[in-house]
Write a protein that binds this ligand. Structure first.
Ligand SMILES: [Zn+2]
Length: 312
């Protein structure tokens, strides 16, 4: 019975997927592009021992081209990578080839047969499964969460996001940028931190990057005003901690209302492992604001004061 209900939900999701604000894509070329970005930046090289010498040589040549084009560190936002992402996104998901104008067209074409032989079938299965549950979640509850986010951020959500679900998606498992085609989010289907109910939280988080910026907009302005008013330096990454906290807490509350009582948001993990300095100020001053207490400016002012107060 339970399985039948799930099957019906997934079928309904695939029928109405195009109506959602989030338009999901499972693309061979985008998955290959992200896999090459991953290989160009990863610490430990992929195990290619079962491949032929020719396949290995071709793959390594393409990875070297990605490395040369992207440079060091997080290369996802470099011009050759985003131009290639946009070029792939401009074509249908099942396109037979990539356009000559893509900066990395040659590197992609060289290893397309290798990826078809060695990774794609498995990756596609994972991508499709991810899209099935993530699209069902945003179709059911995405709009309710958008309304709450809009009220928190005093900003209007874009009408459309292109979401490419790929085996990997940069060093953090997802990233978002806005270009000629609008906002494109790439999200990793194989990363545990994005799977299941986390996909709902993280799709809202990634979409938030299209309306909340580090240097402008209501959140950045409020941080700037508070820092100036108190003569302190604004806490680094506070704007991003606010994004994590907001999507995490609003998703947790929504799921809790729907009987999912054990959901641990990604933000909880962030504030435990990566950014412990934000945990208490956010819990004390931001979560009450999410629940309707005071204004955005007041909440941010209190956080900035708490985080910059001299030690006693
Ligand atoms: Zn983010």
């Amino acid at each position: 019975m339970r399985n039948l209900a799930l099957a019906a939900l997934l079928l309904a999701a695939s029928a109405t997927r195009a109506d959602s604000r989030w338009q999901f894509h499972d693309s061979f070329w985008m998955s290959l592009h992200q896999t090459l970005i991953d290989d160009a930046t990863r610490q430990t090289p992929r195990d290619l021992s079962s491949w032929t010498a020719g396949e290995r040589a071709a793959w390594n040549e393409s990875v070297a081209e990605y490395r040369a084009a992207g440079g060091h560190g997080d290369i996802t936002f470099t011009a050759p990578m985003t131009a290639t992402t946009e070029g792939i996104a401009a074509a249908p998901d099942n396109a037979a080839d990539v356009a000559d104008t893509l900066p990395l067209a040659k590197a992609l074409r060289r290893v397309a047969p290798v990826y078809r032989a060695h990774g794609w079938a498995s990756d596609e299965k994972v991508n499709r499964f991810f899209i099935a549950y993530a699209s069902a979640l945003v179709r059911e509850e995405g709009e309710a969460l958008v309304q709450r986010h809009e009220a928190v951020y005093h900003a209007t959500w874009p009408k459309r996001f292109l979401v490419y679900v790929t085996p990997s998606a940069g060093p953090f498992g997802a990233y978002t940028f806005t270009g000629a085609l609008g906002t494109i989010t790439t999200m990793a289907s194989r990363e545990e931190g994005y799977q299941g109910f986390r996909s709902l939280e993280m799709l809202l988080h990634e979409s938030s990057h299209a309306i909340v910026y580090p240097n402008r907009g209501p959140v950045a302005d409020a941080i700037d005003r508070a820092a100036k008013a108190h003569g302190v330096t604004a806490p680094r990454n506070l704007w991003h901690a606010i994004l994590f906290a907001t999507s995490g807490e609003l998703t947790r509350q929504l799921l809790n209302d729907r009987g999912v009582t054990t959901f641990v948001p990604s933000s909880t993990e962030m504030f435990t492992k990566v950014w412990p300095m934000f945990r208490d100020p956010i819990a004390k001053y931001w979560v009450p604001y999410l629940n309707g207490e005071g204004t955005l400016d007041q909440a941010i002012d209190k956080i900035v004061v708490a985080m910059t107060a001299p030690a006693q």
